[in-house]
Each structure stands twice: as C-alpha cells, then as structure tokens.
Design a protein. Structure first.
Length: 340
C-alpha cells in the first residue's frame, strides 16, 4: 500500500498517474485518490477519476495529530472526520437550497398553472418545446455511449433533449462544434456525448454530478469494434487496425492496463487511461481525424503518401510509416480474416 502522506500532488495527472522523483510512474487506486483529496482539501486531484463519497482510513499518527477535525475509532481501527466538520457545510447548503426551492415553487406556480407547455429558453436564446418524440433507437444509442464514456444517462439525455430541439434537429446540436462533418445521427450523438464527458462545465454540469462508474467493460472483439467505430466516423478500418497493430499489438500493458490502443498521450507526455477499450478505440479514430485535418486530406482516403504525411505530422520515427503501410496492405488484402 502506498503512503499517500509523502505523495507530491503536483506530480499526479488528471487520470491518476503519479510520477515520483525517480521518474517511476504508477496508477493510483481510487481509494488513494479519494484520500488525497480529503487530506489536501483538493477535489480536483485526478479530476478524471472516481467521484464517490468516502471516509479517511489510512492516515498515519503524524497526520492525525495535525488534523484536529479527524478522530480515531479504536474499535474499528479507522480514522474519520468529526461529524460537525464533515456535515456542517452540507447542512448549511441544504438549508439554503430548500429555502430557494420553496421560493421558486411558490413564485412559479401561477405561471405553470396558466400554461404547462410554455417554451423553454436556453442560454443562447434558442426557444424549444418538448414534444416527447424521442424514439427508442435514439435512447438506445445515448445509453450505449453514456456507458462507454461512464457518464450519467438521465443527466445526459435531458441535456441532449434541450440541445437538439427534442431531437427534431438531426444534423446539429446547439453549442457544440464538431471535429468532422456529420453523416449520421449516431455519429452526431457519439461526438456530442464525448464533448459532454470531456467538458461538462461547458454545459453548466459538474463532474461530480455527471461522472459515474457503472462497471461497463468492452468485449474482446477488437477488430469488430474497430470496424464499427471507423465506419461511424467515416474512416478506413484497415488503417485504424494497422495503427493498433504497430503501436500496441492488442497485447501490450498500455492496451490491457490503460485501455489505450495506440499509446495516445497527454500534453505532458503521460499515457492516457481510458475507461474501457471502446473509448480508447473511439479516441484513436478522433486522433486520426485530427491528423487528416492537419495534413489537409480527405479522411476517407488512404495511400502511402497520406500515411507518410500523418507520420511526419505525428513526428514519429522513419520506420513508423513503413510499418503502418505494411500492416495496412496485409489487413486490406486479407480483409475477411480480420473483420468477418
């Protein structure tokens, strides 16, 4: 068990990877992250990770002496926050919320009685009316990507209803700029849910409210997943499969432990950890789309020159493009072996 009291929180990235002063990197456990947030009173530590409630149970005696708002339960052998310090803030907020809610209900009752179908105005002044026309297929798609991105379905669905004019607008979502031309409703919803996951503050949502851990895991039919998401995003699945073969081969630590199919990295050069294999494959597709934009080529086209240009844009070594081309040709020539 790692001693969290000696960890320098400045060395922890948003996904919970801690790099010590010797350059060794480890993936912190959820309980370590939650305990660090309490110890330092910093809710943003490893912000992309766990959002659960918690109790402190692993602090040493020196920390206990310094923190007067903690107490030891000798029978259970744990250390917890004193009740008043732990709950007073929540009680005050709940009291204020109750007062505001009561005032709002009383003030709006007459207006709601007059017209319960009154139009709702968004921040960008777009007026919409809820017609409850969402079909089962749309709900199924939304649920699927909420599971993959590990975000709350109800919160996301209600937001998308508002942003799509109750799903009447099939080609646009208010307030979201997409990285590619949209060609299907599923592509639209996928990219919208991805945006909501990555930037909840843009939609006035907190990560605590949005992020969940529903236990969803991807199946091991990786080529089938590559084929599916490549087609949704209008990419050549043979190219995506070739990149994975060169980067991780589906059997590296990066792929198995971080769900990262192609060594995708953060700006600080640390490996990105994804919630599941499907999220990793989707993010690889988005990364490839971005590099197509950089080299100014149609994302549906693939040839040796395009692969070489992507390699140069990625600043990879001279062998990268050659290896990608080799695997790409093999997968293309033996398509049924990989994708059927």
């Amino acid at each position: 068990m790692i001693d969290i009291t000696i960890i320098d929180i400045k060395r922890i990235d948003s996904n919970g990877h801690y790099t010590d002063n010797k350059g060794k990197t480890i993936l912190l456990k959820d309980q370590d992250i939650l305990a660090l947030r309490t110890l330092h009173n910093r809710s943003k530590i490893a912000s992309n990770r766990c959002q659960a409630s918690y109790k402190i149970s692993i602090y040493n005696e020196d920390i206990l002496k310094k923190k007067k708002n903690f107490k030891r339960d000798k029978k259970k052998g744990t250390i917890t926050k004193r009740w008043l310090n732990k709950n007073a803030h929540n009680l005050i907020l709940r009291g204020l919320f109750t007062i505001c809610l009561a005032g709002g209900i009383i003030g709006s009752y007459k207006a709601l009685s007059d017209n319960h179908n009154k139009e709702i105005v968004l921040k960008d002044t777009k007026e919409i009316v809820f017609n409850n026309t969402t079909n089962k297929e749309e709900k199924k798609i939304i649920k699927k990507y909420c599971d993959i991105y590990q975000i709350d379905y109800n919160t996301t669905y209600e937001l998308l209803v508002r942003l799509t004019n109750d799903f009447h607008d099939k080609n646009n979502i208010t307030g979201i700029k997409f990285p590619t031309n949209i060609t299907s409703e599923e592509e639209l919803l996928l990219l919208a849910i991805r945006k909501i996951k990555k930037d909840p503050e843009h939609f006035s949502l907190s990560k605590e409210r949005l992020y969940i851990n529903n236990g969803y895991t991807s199946k091991d039919n990786y080529y089938e997943q590559i084929e599916y998401y490549s087609k949704i995003l209008n990419l050549d699945e043979c190219l995506i499969a070739a990149i994975v073969q060169v980067e991780t081969g589906f059997d590296s630590e990066t792929f198995n432990e971080y769900n990262n199919p192609a060594n995708l990295k953060n700006k600080d050069d640390t490996i990105i950890s994804f919630a599941n294999k499907e999220e990793g494959i989707i993010e690889l597709c988005i990364e490839v789309i971005n590099y197509y934009k950089i080299i100014g080529k149609n994302k549906e086209l693939v040839n040796d020159d395009i692969i070489t240009s992507i390699g140069i844009a990625l600043d990879n070594n001279e062998y990268w493009a050659g290896n990608i081309i080799k695997y790409y040709r093999d997968i293309k020539d033996n398509y049924n072996k990989y994708f059927i």
